[in-house]
Ligand binder design. Structure first.
Ligand code: 6R9
Length: 630
């Protein structure tokens, strides 16, 4: 790729160019893509509305940029290497040509079911190549996919079906995860009791019993059986929606983040190429699930647009044992490995014995994403996995940013443990104090904002543009607010400090405290609850819930278990509180607002330094809570 950064001075040059002449900068990068019609203007924007348009009036299809753009040169190259949950099950290798044909066949099948441009399609599937095929088939015909992580509950799934007005759901019979076989279609059935779609297509993975509703449910293998492997791509406007992906915010209801076609395409490939410095023949493995943005941008779109070989893993890091990641690295000679700090910390706890059994010499670059990586985990990763020779790219970004924003360029930017280092070209960061004043110069700490658009950025929240405006563009005028705290050190390097809003990051997954509280409050014995995050050795942050309950005829233990089950049922197991403390009251201000700051201090054990408590209505409540602390 011609826009590849090769040296540190090259990075600095590109960065400066991207700030001085952003439109020229991005136009040159966009030139290497295939556009059916070129843009009339590179960028139109204002952060007030907000209204952001990249490659205005251009026409394209993102899948033509994966397939047709370079099929003659890379048709026989492996696009997806799939590693099954069970190491004894044979994996699959799918070339670009084969993937192209499979995408087309499935795209034709979708069309035959009446799904077309602008229709919303939910993908609720395990980590099998068909999940990627499903996403690309939607993109091929202009349908808008919304992938829902297959660990989410039927209630969470139903909410998303309703919110995005889905016409179809693509799913599987079941899912293998470690030693477990989990029902997937059964969750869809439950979700559809509370919502409705016209079509459900079921991929057969586990061969477990499922119920198929006549006229609505079809098997994947049946619907593609007669379809042709050719399908002409739908012509999309650069600003047509490519996908909706739900993420948690500080209020109860998840937000459907909208990404559009042209800008997301350019940004996902550009960031992939540069951050990881992928070279031809490399095997690249990102361990995320496609249900998260990391899976979208860096398992599917970024790597495939770049013509890379992307490894997709169905299983979990600890099955059949905690050496599984390293066994997969050895088996497939993985060169670039991208995972989350929570996985690193979990594996760190098992020691190095399992690592030493495997040959990890193929590794060239290591990546980290999803939450701040602590120094200890950084060093462990660097020493034991990278054998002190692989640069670590600590990549900071968000569902809303579409792609990596702050990260070292592998092997080029000097790294510093726990620092995401420097912004990618095109990313104009800004640190502000609580009043919104920009903090210039180095050695400053504040809230992280971005003051100029980039092609991969969020365009709106599906069905609620006002919420998009309020959440991201109103806190600080004229800027996109990330919700993260940040420090810029004396070298100008960035270190992300974590969320400054009511979002908690559990094992790299975002959850809103209000969302968890709402689920807890569904329990009939719960009167009120307040949820905060606290430092957790493996998960980064754990969930601490303070709950006021009606205790008649109940013991504390059974109530706590019931509440945990309730949350698991309503959101999914990832949201299950780690600690639940039954309390008789919550610290509130005179105006009735829960003082979460105090609850956070109690949860992390730092209540000796409580700060200002003068606005507390009833200080006695606080001492009682401290006494009963878990
Ligand atoms: C890609 C992704 C976004 C939030 C983000 C921040 C945290 C992600 C990070 C990081 C420190 C990193 N985060 N990467 N914090 N260092 N390298 O994770 O998207 O699920 O939307 O989460 O995750 O707090 O605001 P998403």
């Amino acid at each position: 790729m011609s826009d590849r950064i090769h040296t540190l001075s090259g990075y600095l040059y590109e960065y400066q160019k991207s700030v001085a002449q952003p439109e020229e900068f991005w136009a040159k990068i966009a030139d290497s893509f295939y556009w059916r019609k070129r843009w009339s203007k590179v960028l139109k924007w204002n952060f007030e509305e907000p209204e952001i348009k990249w490659f205005v009036d251009a026409k394209l299809n993102i899948t033509e940029n994966i397939f047709e753009r370079h099929l003659f040169t890379i048709g026989d190259r492996p696009a997806i290497i799939w590693e099954a949950n069970d190491p004894n099950e044979e994996g699959r290798t799918i070339t670009y040509r084969e993937l192209f044909h499979e995408v087309n066949r499935f795209a034709n099948a979708l069309k035959r079911k009446g799904i077309g441009k602008g229709d919303k399609v939910i993908i609720y599937m395990p980590m099998v190549p068909e999940a990627a095929i499903a996403m690309l088939a939607c993109a091929r015909i202009g349908a808008i996919h919304s992938v829902v992580f297959a660990g989410f509950s039927s209630t969470a799934l139903a909410d998303r079906v309703v919110d995005c007005e889905a016409k179809a759901i693509l799913t599987s019979d079941g899912n293998y995860r470690g030693s477990k076989k989990i029902g997937v279609k059964s969750v869809v059935d439950e979700a559809l009791e509370k919502s409705s779609v016209e079509t459900v297509i079921v991929y057969e993975r586990t061969k477990q019993d499922v119920t198929m509703k006549e006229g609505r449910d079809f098997w994947w293998h049946d619907v593609i059986a007669e379809e042709s492997e050719q399908c002409v791509a739908e012509e999309m406007d650069s600003e047509d929606m490519l996908f909706i992906l739900y993420t948690s915010g500080s209020t109860g209801k998840p937000k459907g983040v909208v990404h559009t076609t042209g800008g997301y395409m350019v940004y996902s490939q550009y960031s992939f190429d540069n951050v990881f410095q992928y070279s031809e023949g490399d095997v690249y493995w990102c361990t995320a699930d496609i249900g998260w943005i990391t899976g979208h941008s860096y398992i599917v779109y970024g790597p495939l647009l770049a013509g890379a070989t992307t490894l997709m893993f169905e299983g979990v890091p600890t099955f059949p044992d905690c050496g599984r990641f390293w066994a997969v690295v050895e088996k497939h000679k993985v060169n670039i490995f991208y995972t989350a700090p929570t996985a690193i910390r979990a594996l760190q706890a098992y020691g190095t014995e399992e690592i030493e059994k495997y040959d990890l010499s193929s590794l060239k670059v290591l990546g980290s994403v999803g939450e701040p990586i602590n120094e200890e985990a950084w060093h462990w990763y660097h020493t034991h996995i990278g054998k002190n020779k692989c640069p670590i790219v600590d990549t900071w970004w968000q569902t809303e940013t579409g792609g990596i924003m702050v990260s070292p360029i592998a092997g080029i930017t000097p790294t510093k443990p726990a620092y995401a280092t420097l912004p990618l070209p095109g990313i104009q960061l800004c640190i502000v104090d609580p009043e919104g004043n920009e903090l210039t110069g180095n050695s400053v700490e504040g809230n992280l904002c971005v003051k100029y658009p980039w092609p991969g950025m969020i365009r709106t929240i599906f069905g609620d543009h006002e919420r998009c405006k309020q959440t991201y563009f109103s806190t600080y005028k004229g800027m996109y607010f990330t919700g993260d705290g940040v420090k810029r050190d004396h070298d100008g390097y960035y270190r992300i400090l974590g969320r400054v809003d009511d979002v908690i990051n559990v094992s790299g997954h975002r959850l809103g405290t209000a969302e968890v509280e709402n689920a807890i409050n569904e329990h009939p014995k719960v009167i009120e609850s307040a949820v905060v995050g606290y430092p957790h050795e493996i998960k980064g942050q754990g969930i601490y819930a303070y709950v006021i309950c009606d205790m008649t005829n109940r013991t504390e233990d059974n109530l706590i278990n019931e509440i945990k089950e309730m949350v698991s049922k309503i959101i999914g197991p990832i949201a299950k509180p780690d600690k639940i403390q039954i309390v008789s009251g919550l610290p509130k201000t005179r105006s009735g607002k829960i003082m979460r700051r105090i609850l956070r201090k109690i949860a992390d054990g730092s209540h000796d330094t409580m700060g200002d408590t003068s606005t507390l209505l009833d200080p006695e409540v606080v001492s009682q809570i401290i006494e009963g602390r878990k």
